[in-house]
Ligand binder design. Structure first.
Ligand code: ATP
Ligand code: MG
Length: 871
């Protein structure tokens, strides 16, 4: 069965059990401070488990793109070495939010595997939680055990410990026991030798877990205590690639049709064969796997970069490049060439790959080229480090510097050292690495207290599109502490006018006013798991009282002006540059706006002018905002609304229209474009290959820009004696300046000529050499020119000039090539030795050399000392 069919059969099966099928959520998370990437199927549904939102259907199934490369789940170092862990993989899942529980979850899992997919029962094992006698003191999950007994022989039900069979989302939150389903796909002979049971959860490549059924029945509080959840949930996750392995009768995920087309392509491009050498195989698997992770993140809008999620992606790609470089001998970019095959393979299920195909391969190509350059430079630096070493070991700190500052991979350093018979001080490296990690960890550590619930009112309504001020109650709050921000309070209200950071727009600021006049400042607003969280430096004295919540109007209006301008800019770019322009990121705050978009060349000045004119024309038309708060997604798209890839949209969306610009957007906007006043582009630059960035200002900022400009202009005018036409005045000043410069140059030349004439007279013969040592008032170039000119006119010349320039000492030594030979003299060596008089050093060639030093008082001594070379 083809992988495409396996995926759709899974979804069909759960559809037949009344589940709603939803598309995969974007893999890159934008509004969850605890997680960078979706790392399990449940992550996008966190708010339902926490009870902060209610799903439309309490039964859902999907396939979810997951990435396990950072934080709690990190499989990166395994990938390539084993055959069943990936960085990016699809997790097939079915969910019950307070609906069915263990009975149905187990029965359906069994039905799907053994009846629909017809997997032989005799290769399956299941596990149940055995209980724990630690602080949690949990009983064994006999409920699950008794249900499993109905389907599978009891000697195939294994009891597992907390590590394998108790699932927790994080330090806090919903959790519960789980049952895993494992397959044993070893050959009959292998099975006869070793009992499968003993290999479950033992990292055997052919006895692997394929499905985990989590029974969420507890909530873990910040103090570590467990509490029974009022609503019990089901969360299951099955590894799609592993399921394909079983159903396609192969023993490695990489032998399924999910991977084989990519592997064939790698073989062809790198002229290698998969399945011959272990090292080559690892490299090929790493590349095939990492390609997917990187391509999917770029499609989701996360480009490789130097910080946060972007840095994780860059590191994954670099790992692939490095394996190719080291084991497949690829010295030129090639991974980008695989994007095409990947898109063909997966584009149907994930259309974002098709849409962003060009961008993905361009970005990968650029990254490859630049990292290969880094590798080249790193190799040179490593050579230097080796040549400066004691020939035995390389200090850990040196290797760390290479790794940290130049991004040169440590295992490559180790490999090269090994090849040259040198050792790496690994302990020293580890220590340096740990020190750096500790430093960054302690800087970002956040400790979060439990929510103190004041009122059960979980649907926190956002009223900030219509009003900036309203009466509110605090429904819950908690304290958070971090080194960066110190102690803060997070407050949630029953309703709020505060816009939470999102869609590129920053969160609102403002204050809460208690009935007794006490003011609590709100310094930021963010959304987390569907709650709008207001950040305050302190807690009001009586949190249970009544408050007026007031948004800082000026700041909000400025942000709104910039946000609307961003939409108009987007429209302008698509009109002027073409519809290949898509938004790749934006940042809207009260001061300015920033817009990143795909475009393959620099935007010319002329184009920028047109874009500005276009936006300003829309501003002058004073187009009114047409806002629709909840129209069906498809309808909005059909009407021409622009949606963004990598953004999570519900079924009902908010559409924002100004004239012909229509976008899906949750941000705040001006009531009519005239409010923007004016739009000015302040810069255009490159962000990555194929991605440009425009920064711009509007409203007050634009006004100030004009005021600053005209003030500066007035000042210029004043200093030009109030010239009527300052541009003309500056031009003529420049002309005048050119003439003067030429005259000065001529005068200097004449002066040198005069000096030359005088100096010629001072040359005296010493031991058959025409010799002169003298202090002059010339710069280094002047002395050089003079020396060579004299050298051309006087035979057998030996010159030493000294000069004091800007408090420093200079020496220039010229020796005729004839006497360099006949008298065995060397100007380079002479200035090096004389350099000590001026507290400096220098060098050059045998016939011409210079030295510089910080002690001009030593020039006289140097001029005196040089005579000794003539004896
Ligand atoms: P393992 O012990 O094999 O790493 P896990 O306990 O980390 O698995 P879960 O977190 O329970 O796995 O995830 C659910 C399912 O997702 C697993 O049963 C497995 O089929 C699949 N899975 C987990 N991690 C990966 C991965 N890195 N690559 C591919 N599939 C995975
Ligand atoms: Mg794991």
């Amino acid at each position: 069965m083809k992988s495409q069919e396996i995926r759709s059969q899974f979804l069909e099966f759960f559809k037949s059990k009344s589940h709603t099928i939803v598309p995969s959520a974007p893999m890159v998370l934008k509004d969850d401070p605890t997680l960078m990437f979706v790392n399990s199927g449940m992550a996008p549904f966190k708010e339902y488990f926490l009870g902060n939102a209610t799903p439309k259907n309490n039964r859902i199934a999907d396939t979810q793109k997951c990435l396990r490369v950072s934080g709690k789940h990190n499989d990166l170092e395994e990938v390539g070495y084993d055959t069943y862990h990936h960085t990016l993989f699809e997790m097939l899942g079915n969910w019950s939010f307070g609906d069915y529980f263990k009975e149905e979850a187990i029965a359906w899992a069994w039905e799907l595997l053994t009846e629909v997919f017809k997997i032989d029962k005799d290769i399956l094992y299941v596990t149940v939680f055995e209980g724990s006698d630690d602080d949690d003191n949990l009983a064994m999950d006999t409920e699950a055990y008794d249900i499993w007994k109905k389907f599978i022989a009891e000697d195939r039900i294994l009891k597992g410990n907390k590590k394998d069979n108790f699932w927790e989302m994080g330090e806090q939150g919903p959790c519960g026991p789980c049952s895993e389903i494992h397959v044993d796909i070893r050959s009959a002979e292998e099975k006869a030798k070793v009992d499968g049971k003993s290999l479950v959860n033992m990292d055997h490549p052919q006895v692997v877990e394929i499905w985990n059924l989590v029974f969420m029945q507890y909530n873990r509080k910040a103090d570590g205590s467990l509490h029974t959840l009022p609503n019990k949930h089901i969360d299951t996750g099955m590894g799609f690639e592993r399921l394909c392995m079983v159903l396609q009768n192969v023993t490695s995920n990489y032998d399924t049709d999910v991977f084989t087309p990519i592997i064939r392509e790698i073989e062809a491009i790198t002229n290698s064969t998969y399945g011959t050498f272990e090292k080559t195989d690892v490299a090929i698997r790493v590349i095939a796997d990492h390609l997917r992770a990187v391509a999917f993140s770029i499609a989701d809008g996360q480009l490789p970069s130097n910080t946060g999620a972007g840095y994780v992606i860059r590191r994954i790609l670099r790992r692939a490049i490095r394996y190719g470089f080291t084991f497949l001998d690829t010295k030129k970019p090639f991974i980008y060439k695989l994007v095409h095959t990947l898109t063909k393979q997966m584009g149907e299920a994930f259309p974002e790959l098709v849409q962003e195909n060009n961008l993905i391969s361009n970005v990968i190509k650029e990254e490859e080229a630049s990292f290969l350059r880094t590798l080249d430079q790193g190799l040179i630096l490593l050579d230097t480090i080796i040549s400066e070493s004691n020939g035995k070991t390389i200090e850990g700190s040196k290797a760390f510097e290479l790794y940290d500052t130049f991004g040169f991979p440590i295992d490559l350093t180790a490999l090269i050292l090994r090849e040259r018979g040198l050792e790496l001080d690994e302990k020293g490296f580890e220590a340096a690495l740990k020190e750096q990690k500790d430093r960054s960890r302690s800087a970002t550590k956040v400790s979060t207290g439990d929510w103190i619930i004041l009122a059960e009112d979980d649907v926190e309504e956002f009223v900030g599109y219509d009003t900036l001020e309203t009466n509110v109650k605090i429904t819950r709050y908690r304290k958070v502490k971090s080194k960066k921000d110190g102690e803060l309070y997070q407050l949630v209200f029953n309703l709020t006018p505060f816009y939470p950071e999102g869609g590129g727009q920053v969160g609102d600021k403002g204050y809460l006013e208690a009935s007794n006049g006490e003011v609590t400042y709100i310094i930021d607003t963010k959304k987390e798991s569907n709650l709008i969280i207001h950040f305050a430096k302190n807690l009001p004295r009586n949190p249970e009282g009544d408050f007026k919540a007031i948004v800082d109007e000026k700041q909000r209006n400025r942000s709104a002006s910039n946000h609307t301008a961003t939409h108009l800019l987007h429209q302008a770019l698509r009109n002027i540059l073409g519809t290949h322009v898509t938004q790749k990121g934006s940042m809207v705050h009260s001061r300015s706006l920033r817009f990143d978009f795909s475009h393959f060349s620099k935007v010319t000045d002329e184009e920028l002018r047109q874009v500005e004119d276009f936006v300003n024309a829309r501003i002058q038309e004073n187009l009114e905002l047409e806002e629709r708060r909840a129209i069906p997604y498809q309808q909005a798209i059909d009407e021409g609304a622009i949606a963004l890839f990598g953004e999570k949209y519900g079924d009902a969306v908010r559409a924002i229209k100004f004239g012909k610009s229509m976008e899906l957007c949750g941000g705040t906007h001006v009531p009519a474009t005239g409010k923007i006043w004016h739009f000015i582009i302040t810069s255009e630059s490159a962000v990555a290959s194929g991605i440009r960035r425009i920064e711009a200002i509007t409203g007050d900022a634009a006004k100030n820009y004009f005021i600053d400009r005209s003030t500066a202009f007035a000042e210029v005018q004043k200093s030009l004696n109030n010239a009527q036409d300052p541009v003309k005045a500056v031009n003529s000043l420049q002309e005048e300046n050119n003439v003067l410069q030429k005259q000065v140059a001529q005068l200097l030349k004449d002066k040198a000529k005069n000096i030359k004439g005088d100096l010629k007279n001072e040359i005296s013969e010493v031991h058959g050499v025409n010799f002169l040592a003298k202090e002059l008032d010339l710069d280094a170039n002047g002395m050089k020119d003079l020396a060579f000119e004299l050298g051309g006119e006087v035979d057998n010349l030996f010159l030493l000039f000294g000069s004091k320039q800007e408090g420093k000492a200079l020496l220039t030594c010229y020796i005729d090539k004839e006497i360099v030979k006949s008298k065995n003299l060397n100007a380079g060596q002479i200035v090096r030795e004389l350099g000590k008089h001026i507290q400096g050093g220098g060098g050059g060639q045998p016939f011409f050399a210079t030295a510089g030093g910080k002690n001009p008082d030593g020039i006289e001594k140097a001029l005196e000392a040089v005579k000794s070379y003539l004896n």
